[in-house]
Design a protein around this ligand. Sequence first.
Ligand code: GDP
Length: 140
Amino acid sequence: MAIERTFSIIKPDATARQLTGAINAMIEKAGLRIVAQKRVRMTREQAETFYAVHRQRPFFAELVETMTSGPVVVQALEGENAIAAYRDLMGATDPAKAAPGTIRKVHAKSISENSVHGSDAAETAVKEIAQFFSGNEIVG
Ligand code: GDP
């Protein structure tokens, strides 16, 4: 098993409901280490860049609007197979379809306000971490 890093966002719907600590507890209980973390307000430009792959999708404007509607907590997580492990912990994009015990099943409000983001592949994890953290902000 490989030790990997993945990028996580605790989204505005979750920070608004004071869920940062509860979500971090689920992350740590799953064996993932929070090796970098900061609370920021994403700019429209940052959100558009971050979700550029979805630019043509019908929900893109709503996605950018939602992600810039309040503070987010951006994180780098480290652990064995961290990318897949965190996606398992997050649950399905639509919380109605998420498995019991997952972050989205427990906390998310809707497909749009679904509480967390996690990288979907090794290359995107590297890119996403680099968009928000410099090397010396990540302490393993
Ligand atoms: P994820 O990797 O599970 O976050 O899902 P995607 O990469 O497919 O989509 C990115 C984000 O766009 C999701 O987390 C949702 O917040 C949002 N999203 C995806 N599909 C839909 C949709 O059908 N409707 C709306 N309103 N938002 C969506």
